[in-house]
Design a protein around this ligand. Structure first.
Ligand code: ACO
Length: 434
């Protein structure tokens, strides 16, 4: 692992109670600066308060760099544009997890190892069966991923890089099966297994789309679109779900339990759930008569809680580089598949109106990755409630890479502090006197 930073010869001074304390200024490889407050409490007795961690780094990391002001995203130093247009998802997964692009032999070995693990215990079906059909597939996926621990207890105690590798390929092999089962359950389709003769992405497509009464033929338009979508979602540094994976893993819970927690974090509408919210918004505009101007007005009205879902981003204040790539891809996919869908027409109208509207221009509100990913998933025939599951499928290598880095760096258990504001020193009153 590289995981180093440059300690600048400058320090930051904090003065408190007439005493001055020095803290190191650190610089990362892309020149990001930070104050190392590791010894703040032991030196000063103080802690920092930063809800939402808007200003706090939780780790040093070699995996992903993003610059929200300039709209830059890179995995291990490679631009997202290059990777999305030239690489294969499994190559990117290898790059994220192990730090380098694989040679042909390394990639083939990974694929063979994944193929070996592309099977799940039949008893997992019993768990799946006990869920109601109406269960959200993200909840189902989190449960099945967590259950993998019970079926593969050897993957919990990670004491060597070899143990780690075994747990990683197990998850890369089994996860696509679980995601497809979550969808097949909703649709009432038979639960099927991986076809190891297919490339990783085509296998994912057959797991999702294969019908019991038809031979599955991979469609290159679907393969390319899925490859791009999964690469673009593969990592995004210390976001909510990734931080969850790292913090759960920091207690030395196993990889599957840590990723299961990440899936739960991703489910929320403020995070991965936004792609589902986009299509639901477009559908409600359509059922209201399709007047996009009316909804643009609502989005700009400060007395109306309505927001244009799929627009704006916490980190990207210029443009979301992933959205830029997917906009081109969305146009191609719609054209190549010959999809005409009134909801997608509404999406295009909203996009044009927002991009030319002063309110959106002034606030730097551009369509984000979830705006276009929702549109493409819908055109591919993926049910709306599965969109966030697709996000999870893409994010898996990122979660794994971040978990692996955290373990290899021997990071301490994650345990934030707090400023307590509750009552102090109350006298207990027995129940019959209350
Ligand atoms: N529609 C209308 N107005 C908006 C929108 C929107 N989607 N997003 C932001 N604004 C306005 C705000 O009202 C605010 O206006 P003001 O300055 O006049 O008060 C201004 O733009 C700045 O917005 P903030 O809420 O301060 O921006 P923040 O960074 O906190 O929020 C967020 C970012 C949550 C993504 C927001 O833009 C939003 O709610 N977007 C819709 C939901 C969405 O698409 N989420 C997916 C994000 S991508 C992802 O998670 C992978």
């Amino acid at each position: 692992m590289h995981s180093h930073f440059i300690c600048m010869d400058k320090t930051i001074k904090i003065t408190y109670n007439d005493k001055s304390f020095d803290f190191d200024l650190l610089k990362g490889s892309e020149n990001e600066l930070g104050i190392n407050i590791k010894d703040l409490r032991s030196k000063t007795g103080l802690i920092t308060l930063d809800p939402g961690y808007k200003n706090s780094g939780s780790c040093i990391s070699d995996i992903t760099f993003l610059d929200g002001e300039k709209g830059i995203l890179k995995y291990r130093g490679y631009s997202i544009e290059d990777l999305a247009n030239k690489a294969d998802f499994l190559e990117v997964a290898y790059l994220l997890i192990f730090g380098e692009l694989p040679s042909k032999i390394q990639l083939e070995k990974l694929k063979n190892n994944i193929n070996e693990e592309s099977i799940v215990d039949e008893d997992l079906k019993v768990i799946l069966k006990s869920f109601p059909k109406s269960a959200h597939p993200m909840g189902v996926l989190a449960s099945l991923t967590s259950a993998l621990t019970a079926f593969n207890p050897s993957a919990v105690d990670i004491n060597s890089e070899e143990n780690m590798f075994e747990a990683i390929v197990m998850l890369l092999g089994k996860f696509p099966i679980l995601t497809s089962w979550a969808q097949r359950k909703v649709k009432g389709l038979p639960l099927i297994y991986s076809d190891i003769s297919l490339p990783y992405i085509d296998n994912i497509s057959q797991l999702m789309f294969k019908r019991p009464n038809q031979k599955y033929e991979p469609n290159p338009v679907v393969t390319n679109a899925l490859n791009k979508l999964l690469i673009l979602h593969a990592d995004h540094e210390q976001n909510c779900s990734t931080s969850t994976v790292r913090i759960v893993g920091s207690s030395h819970a196993g990889l599957f339990a840590s990723v299961s927690a990440g899936i739960s974090a991703l489910w929320g509408r403020l995070h991965g759930g936004a792609n589902q919210a986009v299509i639901e918004m477009l559908e409600s505009i359509r059922s209201d008569g399709g007047d996009t101007k009316k909804f643009m007005k609502k989005a700009k009205d400060k007395n109306d809680p309505f927001r244009l879902m799929g627009f704006g981003h916490r980190v990207y204040k210029n443009f979301d580089p992933r959205a830029k790539i997917l906009k081109v891809s969305a146009d191609e996919v719609l054209k190549e598949l010959g999809v005409t869908d009134p909801v997608l027409e509404i999406a295009k109208e909203l996009e044009t109106e927002a991009l030319n509207d002063k309110y959106f221009i002034d606030r730097k509100l551009y369509p984000n990755v979830d705006f276009y990913s929702g549109i493409i998933y819908r055109a591919l025939g993926i049910p709306t409630e599965m969109f966030t599951v697709m996000f999870a499928l893409g994010r898996l290598p990122g979660w794994i890479a971040q978990w692996r880095e955290m373990r290899l760096n021997n990071e301490p258990i994650g345990r934030p502090r707090q400023i307590y504001t509750g009552p102090t020193d109350r006298v207990f009153t027995p129940l019959d006197l209350r």
